[in-house]
Design a protein around this ligand. Sequence first.
Ligand SMILES: *[C@@H]1O[C@H](CO)[C@@H](O)[C@H](O)[C@H]1NC(C)=O
Ligand SMILES: *[C@@H]1O[C@H](CO)[C@@H](O)[C@H](O)[C@H]1NC(C)=O
Ligand SMILES: *[C@@H]1O[C@H](CO)[C@@H](O)[C@H](O)[C@H]1NC(C)=O
Ligand SMILES: *[C@@H]1O[C@H](CO)[C@@H](O)[C@H](O)[C@H]1NC(C)=O
Ligand SMILES: *[C@@H]1O[C@H](CO)[C@@H](O)[C@H](O)[C@H]1NC(C)=O
Ligand SMILES: *[C@@H]1O[C@H](CO)[C@@H](O)[C@H](O)[C@H]1NC(C)=O
Length: 430
Amino acid sequence: MFVLIWSALFVSVKGSIADTGLKLLLYCASAWGQQHCVGRYCVTLSERELTAEAGLCVVIPCSFTTADEFTPKHTIWYKCETSQTRCSDDEIIFHSNKNTDKKAQPGFEGRVSRLEPDVSQKNCSIIINDLKESDSGSYQLRVTGELNGKQDGLTFIQRVTVSVKGLNQKPTVMIPTLTEGQQATLTCTAPGLCSGSVPEITWTWRGAGGTESYITGNSTDFKTENLTAFTQRHISTFTFNPSAEHHDTSVTCNINFTGGESTEKTLTVNVNHKKEITISGVTTVKEGDVLNLTCSVESFPPSLIEWSKFGSDTNLHSYSGSARLVIENVKPEHSGQHICAVTYMNNTLKKDVSITVISACVKHCGSYSTVLPWIVAGVSLTLNAFCIIYIWFLWNSRKKVNLPQEERTYMSLQKVDVSSDYDVIAQHIN
Ligand SMILES: *[C@@H]1O[C@H](CO)[C@@H](O)[C@H](O)[C@H]1NC(C)=O
Ligand SMILES: *[C@@H]1O[C@H](CO)[C@@H](O)[C@H](O)[C@H]1NC(C)=O
Ligand SMILES: *[C@@H]1O[C@H](CO)[C@@H](O)[C@H](O)[C@H]1NC(C)=O
Ligand SMILES: *[C@@H]1O[C@H](CO)[C@@H](O)[C@H](O)[C@H]1NC(C)=O
Ligand SMILES: *[C@@H]1O[C@H](CO)[C@@H](O)[C@H](O)[C@H]1NC(C)=O
Ligand SMILES: *[C@@H]1O[C@H](CO)[C@@H](O)[C@H](O)[C@H]1NC(C)=O
């Protein structure tokens, strides 16, 4: 503590603010733990130790108070070794006076901005953009101004330690629900809300085979949103027309910051799609054999597939993606329409298939229904045969009657009964 007080005294003297030793006693080491005063000159560094990531930025929050007689004009920030009580002029990283010959080190030029340009606000906060790991170190503030009409200044011994680590934050990639044929936009937002250089955002696609490819018809757009004067958001959008081929591929958003720091995020792309329903297998089977049909549909999300037989309510099988209809020992009653119903995203589509079961009834025709046609055929054949024989018989008997005229008359006269035979004779006479 004594070392601190003495160094504070030393700095304040070196800073040529002529405060009395009495006032030094007012040195308040911990008003709220962050405020540190030398007399009526106080600095509040709410964060004594800050961590940040390379490529991004860091804000050093800072405010100060001075004696009423002192009019602050400029703020100067330095970065130097902690062992040095006071950083030297060639270690300036920011000087609010652009007209001074005390310039910021080239490595920091343009990277440091004060958040409040009005010094009378006594707000000494700065933002350091495009951070590099070499920016790690301790930062010190000096306020210059006028005291009773004379140039004066004070360097505060309290410092802020910044440690810059490698970039760890990932971009934020937003993928909406993708549906085949419906144009969609993917969004990639760079990490960090800074005001430094604009990063480069690139998109790459990787197919199932690991091959890098670009999707045809793609278009990218880049925009920077100004959130506040010192915070910007960098967004890249990628618009394309999703199709089934894009399903299960991966998309990578790469962010390349100034200084070579890069970060990326890869996501798997799912595209809602459904292809044609296909039914494979043999549809004509012999009785007693195995009926084995597969109904399948490639879709995302997977479809529910059900087999049913026309005219029966019972579903035979129900699977996801592909359903097999297996009937061992097929019976004639299995023939007919079988329906494969595919339910995809609450919509049901049906495809039917006609099954023919060939009867194996050759040796033992147990079933009446299969024997009946044979009986019908047999009976009709027999009847036909009888008819033919009868006609032939009639023909022959008529041939016998067909005798010479005299004989016919004789035959008729021989008949005792006078019947229609007379008509026959009469006809012949006519
Ligand atoms: C300093 O100014 C910035 C920007 O106006 C503001 O965000 C911050 O809160 C101020 N800090 C203090 C300590 O007043
Ligand atoms: C798709 O994007 C890549 C990379 O940005 C580009 O090389 C390619 O030409 C683009 N394709 C079309 C069709 O715009
Ligand atoms: C954002 O701010 C920068 C300067 O700070 C300016 O050049 C740019 O036009 C602004 N962009 C928008 C969209 O307001
Ligand atoms: C990132 O930028 C550096 C330098 O600008 C370049 O060498 C590198 O190829 C870039 N990387 C990507 C992925 O664009
Ligand atoms: C049905 O056919 C598939 C191939 O199409 C085969 O893998 C499966 O073993 C068959 N099932 C039966 C019970 O024969
Ligand atoms: C399907 O229908 C159910 C109930 O009607 C509903 O909650 C669900 O969101 C629907 N799903 C789709 C993909 O439309």
